[in-house]
Design a binder for this molecule. Structure first.
Ligand SMILES: *[C@@H]1O[C@H](CO)[C@@H](O)[C@H](O)[C@H]1NC(C)=O
Ligand SMILES: *[C@@H]1O[C@H](CO)[C@@H](O)[C@H](O)[C@H]1NC(C)=O
Ligand SMILES: *[C@@H]1O[C@H](CO)[C@@H](O)[C@H](O)[C@H]1NC(C)=O
Ligand SMILES: *[C@@H]1O[C@H](CO)[C@@H](O)[C@H](O)[C@H]1NC(C)=O
Ligand SMILES: *[C@@H]1O[C@H](CO)[C@@H](O)[C@H](O)[C@H]1NC(C)=O
Length: 246
């Protein structure tokens, strides 16, 4: 019999967090699978991460995580936005990004080291993400803790970890109920109608908004890799053309 795990509700979670320092850090289910870690499989098993899985495949970040896990001893941490998190985005948020920016958005949810809930309490901000690999102060995020409650702030998005999906000492996957929007993409020059302190919009817009981003994530999945290559080729052609015209 397959039992779907109920979503954490806020108050039980808080009670849970206040009363237990060790439980949260343990795997939600099952021992680590044999063989190399497969983050896609882990997310599939957890359910409710359909859109994230599609985007992680389309951007190749899933492979990146698996390879980094295999190639280094630092481990990885993934903040996994639920499907609800993606449908909570305001209209056109994903559509406003080009393919490279989509890669950065997903990499922004990945920290290139294994971090337990208690380690979050002693980390100093800002925290480097995979999107900022070349420079630690690009695509940073901040984490603040209160007891075992972990809050994340990007300068655009404030949210908190709502549950531990998976931990095995190498890979930690924490559920977040908002997509983490990086300041580097949505701050200085918002590409879309700003994801402003949206309070009233939610009700009116959500019926229209969701399909937009959902279909994008769905249909974009297969074509994205190809498009990324096209962009690179095109950029190269431009450089070549520029050099030739001199
Ligand atoms: C990881 O798991 C997914 C889904 O279960 C599968 O499609 C994919 O081939 C796996 N990747 C590797 C490298 O085994
Ligand atoms: C994992 O890394 C080892 C070398 O450290 C390599 O031989 C192996 O092919 C890698 N496995 C995968 C699935 O990438
Ligand atoms: C974490 O966020 C919650 C709201 O989501 C807020 O009530 C709480 O004060 C925050 N805690 C810290 C330490 O920032
Ligand atoms: C993150 O923390 C650093 C260091 O405390 C601070 O300078 C920066 O303003 C913070 N950014 C956000 C978005 O909270
Ligand atoms: C996020 O939280 C910080 C305090 O931790 C607050 O100053 C800021 O205004 C919040 N930002 C948003 C977009 O809610």
């Amino acid at each position: 019999m397959v039992m779907k795990k109920p979503l954490f509700h806020l108050s039980p979670l808080l009670i849970f967090l206040l009363h237990s320092t060790t439980t949260l850090a343990q795997p939600a289910a099952a021992p680590a699978p044999a063989g190399p870690t497969n983050v896609t499989k882990i997310l599939e098993k957890a359910g409710q991460f359909t859109l994230l899985i599609r985007l992680m495949k389309a951007t190749s970040v899933a492979d990146q995580i698996d390879h980094q896990l295999n190639d280094s001893n630092n481990g990885m941490t993934l903040f996994a936005p639920s499907d609800n998190a993606f449908s909570g985005l305001s209209s056109g948020t994903l559509n406003s990004l080009n393919d490279q920016q989509k890669v950065a958005l997903i990499q922004f949810h990945v920290i290139p080291s294994y971090i337990t809930v208690s380690q979050f309490q002693t980390m100093s901000n800002p925290i480097r993400t995979n999107a900022g690999d070349s420079s630690p102060y690009k695509y940073p995020l901040n984490v603040t803790t209160f007891g075992n409650s972990v809050n994340i702030s990007t300068g655009i998005t404030n949210t908190s970890v709502s549950g531990t999906v998976y931990t095995d000492g190498q890979l930690a996957v924490y559920q977040v109920d908002k997509v983490l929007l990086p300041w580097d993409l949505f701050g200085a020059k918002p590409p879309a109608p700003a994801p402003a302190p949206a309070k009233p919009k939610k009700k009116a817009g959500s019926a229209d908004d969701t399909p937009d981003d959902t279909t994008l994530a769905t249909s974009g999945a297969s074509s994205l890799k190809v498009t990324v290559q096209n962009v690179v080729v095109f950029g190269f052609a431009m450089v070549a053309a520029t050099m030739l015209s001199r």
